[in-house]
Design a protein around this ligand. Structure first.
Ligand code: AMP
Ligand code: GLY
Length: 414
């Protein structure tokens, strides 16, 4: 079978590798892919959001299944267009992607279907939003809901900060009109529960934990994720059952009920609070870097699994019971500005898996080409061993412009 994977980062590399393990994959294309993915797939220079070019490519090259990594491609309706053309594709429709792209949509759905999440209110008017914040307590969580990406989530600890944030989100209309979702501040351990979803049929992946802050001890700015691991000792079987029943299955059913059935990966960003497990956010796709530590444990045939989901059949997956732990190597300066083009040596001495995030080949040498450059993923019987292996392998990679966190997985050992 000829398969096209849309995307370019470490997540996409892990998806391509899982597909490459299947005897059913005769040819893998990646659009646009990267230097690491190029070892397993033919990279084609088409942007992930150039839907018409991707449709053309799939038709002209006899692609029988397309798997989508990034949200941007889903949000512009890649799945709808492929389906119109009768092409099999793994991912949610544009309407179903709203569970990620619109925070207000996700919140309304959760309230309507009694899915546990932080209390909230949505505002487009600055004065009303400010009055609401003044009536509530601090810290307060302010989430921008609109077309302008990047304003993101602000956890305001003072009234001055809340006011300034609201002004920026609601009064500065440079990016167009936006709304703000104001949420109750929750505390607890965060974890990621991804499920394969085909309508109301769902199948969980191993629970993982991301590390979003740039530096050790969760200090520094938010990033695209500096590392991840599976499994999480503080998430019990009861927690898992609860989250599957009251969150993931309920949302899958709700999406069917609402006339926007979900197909693909539903990512629950969850928090184990003193009041029980609650939803922080949903994503409509594989998480990054969670996918890089989850898919290596997939024992089932990835092509069958993705095809079942794409065709609306019940997804079934078996997982190895190995622990996995991944450490991201990022360019110094990331998530701020950073230099590119630093030579990377020593990857051939690494025993763990390496998934490329932002690399390129220059004059035959591997060089840095992005903020997050690669993730080193170790597998072992225990998480401790996986951590030691990953750390040892990271030291084997020589490059003078990379840094990494040294505490990935630390919360599992508390
Ligand atoms: P989001 O983009 O919704 O995932 O938010 C980014 C990060 O902000 C999350 O990973 C949490 O660490 C934090 N966060 C979001 N919502 C809340 C909340 N209601 N309470 C506490 N922390 C939150
Ligand atoms: N790991 C968080 C995300 O994929 O959005």
């Amino acid at each position: 079978m000829k398969i096209l994977v849309v995307g370019s980062g470490g997540r996409c590399h892990a998806i391509v590798e899982a597909i490459a393990r299947s005897p059913k994959a005769s040819k893998i294309y990646a659009a646009p892919g990267n230097a690491g993915i190029a070892q397993l797939a033919e990279c084609v220079a088409i942007k992930d959001t150039d839907v018409e070019a991707l449709v053309e490519f799939a038709k002209n090259n006899g692609v029988e299944l397309t798997v989508v990594g990034p949200e941007a491609a889903l949000a512009v309706g890649i799945v709808d267009r492929f389906r119109e053309e009768g092409l099999a594709i793994f991912g949610p429709t544009k309407a179903a992607t709203e569970i990620e792209s619109s925070k207000d949509f996700a919140k309304r759905l959760m309230v309507k279907y009694d899915v546990p999440t932080a209390a909230y209110a949505t505002f487009s008017n600055y004065d009303e939003a400010l009055a609401y914040v003044r009536r509530g307590s601090l810290p307060t969580v302010l989430k921008y809901d609109g077309l302008a990406a990047g304003k993101g989530v602000v956890i305001a600890t003072t009234m001055e900060e809340a006011e300034a944030t609201l002004r920026d989100m609601l009064l500065d209309t440079r990016f167009g009109e936006g709304r703000v979702v104001i949420e109750e501040f929750l505390t607890g351990e965060e974890f990621s529960l991804m499920c394969f979803v085909a309508g109301n049929k769902i199948c969980p992946m191993p629970v993982a934990q991301d590390h979003k802050r740039a530096y050790d001890n969760d200090e520094g700015p938010n990033t695209g994720g500096m590392g991840a691991y599976t499994e999480l000792p503080f998430i019990t079987a009861e927690d898992h059952d609860y989250a599957m029943r009251n969150i993931m299955q309920r949302v899958a059913d709700a999406m069917v009920e609402e006339g926007t059935p979900f197909t693909g990966v539903l990512y629950g960003g969850l928090m184990k609070t003193p009041q029980g497990i609650k939803v922080i956010e949903f994503n409509a796709r594989f998480g990054d870097p969670e996918t890089e530590v989850v898919l290596p444990r997939l024992k089932s045939d990835a092509v069958d699994l993705f095809m079942d989901v794409a065709c609306g059949r019940e997804p079934k997956a078996e997982w190895s019971d190995r622990a996995t732990l991944g450490i991201v190597l990022a360019s110094k300066g990331y998530p701020g500005s950073y230099d590119k083009g630093a030579v990377i040596r020593g990857t051939e001495n690494v025993e763990s898996k390496i998934y490329h995030m932002g690399t390129a080949l220059k004059d035959g040498e591997l060089v840095t080409a992005g903020g997050r450059v690669m993730i080193v993923v170790a597998e072992a019987t225990t998480l401790r061993e996986a951590q030691q292996k990953a750390e040892a392998d990271v030291k084997r990679i020589e490059c003078d412009n990379l840094f990494h966190r040294t505490d990935i997985g630390a919360k599992a050992f508390k």
